[in-house]
Design a protein around this ligand. Structure first.
Ligand code: HEM
Length: 415
């Protein structure tokens, strides 16, 4: 077995937090290697990147997500007892239930609800001096997804839920106050979600077959038992919160339209093939989830190294999406590249790679793509706006990233 490069410093936690999305790829380039060893929070970790690394990482059954994320991050993301920390048959069974929510008809319905909610706000935006697009879109998505899931919210509940979900998403990659705020907000959302599950089970919230909250509340595990109330609440939150998180990609999409007026023209003209390329390029180019992490379940060898059971491995998602071996001029925003994309499930991994059911690839990827398309259509074909001077820089050391000003617009008009 060959030795792989090792970071010299005793611990890389500070470097990871300050370099953010670039941490793994910069070192891989320096070491001229797809992988290296380091210590993060004093624990030994193997960091890796690239399509071949992703193929190893997403081999079904090879890794578990249990004890793979620091607890404060896990709590704000999928949480204990969620599908993400299950393995084997139990994971497949839970994941099948989640994927059953993702039919083309259901996704279309969610997109229509988002479009309706968005259109109803255009009049309000027209009357405002200025709006912060990212926050408005979070509101739109939260109202629409709760309605879609079968748990419609009143006005004041909707803004409370939006702020809670937003704080969880924003706090997940942070250490300190941003993370603590997310935790506090998560406790409130959990109380609400447990109440929802109870009301669904007692019939206080009426049946609405096929809606996500009902499917989750009625789901039975492999032994035929209903999920306990907390687990059902966690899974409900895991559908609602990440849908609100799509607002980040929509904001990046708006930034791309602003920076590349030629793309806007093509979308405005109704070119739906190009729209598909455009949203995929938004997901490839802009930073969202920096990495995923796992612990080895089944030993294996790769690049001359033996990966022992329990070892901690961190896969660079952002670096893989920007790997020049897979992507020509990866630092350029160029939607056309997707015209000739080979569909490789390991080189384009903004939401994980491999198979959706057999592995841990994101359950909401199709929703994400569809909502991004809907939003880009609305931004280019149903409204006009001005982008006033503001700080649109994206700081790659802040996880999760967002343009500094969160994209402010004014002079909004419906078309
Ligand atoms: C906003 C954009 C999104 C991004 C960037 C994103 C990213 C990710 C990533 C990186 C993973 C982990 C993959 C792994 O562990 O290997 C994941 C898992 C997951 N995501 Fe998403 N996601 C997004 C939206 C969504 C949406 C809209 C939903 C649901 C409606 C969703 C539900 C899930 C679930 C349930 C899992 C756990 C899957 C499993 O462990 O089998 N995500 N997502």
């Amino acid at each position: 077995m060959t030795a792989i490069p090792r970071e010299k410093s005793l611990d890389s936690t500070r470097a990871f937090l300050s370099e953010g999305y670039a941490f793994i790829s910069t070192r891989c380039e320096r070491f001229q290697s797809d992988l290296f060893e380091t210590r993060i929070m004093l624990a030994k970790a193997v960091c890796m990147m690239g399509a071949e690394a992703a193929r190893e990482f997403y081999e079904p059954g090879r890794f578990t997500r249990k004890q793979a994320l620091p607890k404060p991050t896990l709590w704000l993301l999928q949480d204990q007892s969620s599908a993400q920390v299950l393995d084997g048959a139990a994971h497949r069974h839970r994941k099948q239930m989640l994927m059953s929510l993702m039919t083309p008809t259901a996704i279309r319905r969610l997109s229509d609800l988002v479009a309706d909610e968005w259109r109803s706000r255009i009049a309000r935006w027209r009357d405002a001096d200025e709006i912060v697009l990212h926050q408005e879109v979070e509101d739109v998505l939260c109202g629409a997804v709760c309605n879609w899931a079968g748990v419609p919210l009143t006005g004041s509940e909707a803004s409370a839920r939006t702020r809670e979900f937003a704080a969880m998403i924003d706090g997940a990659g942070a250490v300190g106050p941003r993370n603590w705020r997310g935790m506090l907000m998560r406790r409130r959302t959990e109380r609400w979600a447990r109440g929802v599950v109870e009301k669904l089970r007692s019939g206080e919230i009426g049946p609405s077959d096929g809606a996500a909250a009902h499917v989750i509340a009625r789901h039975r595990d492999l032994e035929g038992k209903l999920l306990d109330r907390s687990t059902a609440a966690v899974e409900l939150i895991n559908v609602l919160r990440p849908t609100v998180a799509v607002a980040r990609y929509i904001t990046f999409g708006a930034l791309a339209l602003h920076d590349h007026p030629e793309c806007r023209e093509r979308l405005q003209a109704g070119d739906d093939e190009y729209l598909e390329f455009f949203v995929q390029e938004v997901r490839r180019y802009y930073p969202f989830f920096p990495v995923v992490a796992g612990r080895v379940l089944q030993e294996f060898a790769w690049r001359g190294r033996r990966f022992e059971q329990g070892e901690w491995v961190i896969l660079d998602l952002y670096g893989t999406n920007h790997d020049p071996r897979s992507w020509h001029e990866p630092g350029r925003f160029r939607p056309e590249r997707f015209r000739h994309w080979d569909g490789n499930a390991y080189s384009f991994i903004p939401q994980g790679g491999g198979d959706h059911i057999a592995g841990h690839r994101c359950a909401g990827e199709w929703i994400t793509v569809e909502l991004l398309k809907t939003a880009m259509r609305l931004l280019t074909r149903e409204m006009s706006y001005r982008v006033p001077p503001q700080d649109l820089r994206v700081d790659l050391s802040r996880m999760p990233a967002i343009p500094k000003s969160q994209f402010r617009i004014d002079d909004v008009r419906g078309l």
